[in-house]
Design a binder for this molecule. Sequence first.
Ligand SMILES: CCCCCCC/C=C/C(=O)SCCNC(=O)CCNC(=O)[C@H](O)C(C)(C)COP(=O)(O)OP(=O)(O)OC[C@H]1O[C@@H](n2cnc3c(N)ncnc32)[C@H](O)[C@@H]1OP(=O)(O)O
Length: 292
Amino acid sequence: MAARMAFSRLTRSLCEVGRSRSLLLQSARWVTSASKTLTVTMDDKTGIAEMSLNRPPVNSLSLEFMTEINIALEKLEHEKFCRGVIITSAIPKIFSAGLDILEMYQPKPERLSEFWKTLQDMWLLLFGSRLTTIAAINGHSPAGGALVAMSCDYRIMAPGFNIGLNETQLGIVPPFWFIDTMMHTIGSRQTELCCQKGLMLSTEEAARIGLVDKVVPLDQIASEAKAEMQSWLKIPVAAKLITKQTIRAPILEKLQTRQEADVQNFCNFAMKDSVQKSLGMYLENLKKKQKE
Ligand SMILES: CCCCCCC/C=C/C(=O)SCCNC(=O)CCNC(=O)[C@H](O)C(C)(C)COP(=O)(O)OP(=O)(O)OC[C@H]1O[C@@H](n2cnc3c(N)ncnc32)[C@H](O)[C@@H]1OP(=O)(O)O
């Protein structure tokens, strides 16, 4: 249901963005075409797909990038032989820098609402996926990046990076469904501590509170993710999926029943002068940091 609703919006979004991104079936493996920013490969023997994010410099989630991700997720969801997907990054040291702040800073109102709908769709597709989903977190993963990781069934992270919902540090508020996703992962007390302070946790701190399930060296992250996936795929599929749906359905429904209102809230909030000022200053600091 979540995936179907997301798909109808996705189709519209695709037309508006005006890009064609077909997925080509190529014997044993299929790969995304038309774009270098997302590579999806599938091993037909194991039914395991890998989605690799590759939008330099930091895999920030723009409208177009999320549309691509959504199309790929939708395709995998309907791919008969696909049983699981591993999400990772092709960019050294960055899993995803989260939402593209440039989408929210001095935005055009129509694009802003489309941007938010596309983010909602991405979350609905990923959090509600029938597939087993594993995040192989091979770099920093703030805010929207953490949301992607937390929406998966399992998280493996390499040491030396940070992860968390840091929105309050930017003077913005994590949406209720970001918070719900974190509460689902680490419980409400830890979520409150992390979200109010906008904490970015080290890999080890994240593992300590269950935000990350396993810590492995960077060079072993891909093989470990595959091994972990194999163990999940041994569980009887219907039993596993119904269990996942039972746990996640109320969280998904909360957004599904308020999607339009959530878009409106977000747009109103984002357009506030004070929020625009905070975002402008944050962007400025990111650039300054680069020069230092
Ligand atoms: C308005 C209402 C909002 C309601 C709530 C919305 C919920 C929000 C969710 C979000 O995801 S907001 C985004 C949060 N993300 C961040 O705070 C991450 C910021 N980035 C970083 O901390 C670092 O860039 C990094 C990811 C740790 C990587 O550091 P590194 O030193 O490797 O690279 P930089 O030199 O910092 O960056 C390179 C380049 O990329 C630009 N950039 C970085 N992050 C973003 C981003 N999220 N969006 C857009 N652009 C980003 C950065 O400015 C540099 O640009 P140039 O100077 O090269 O042009």
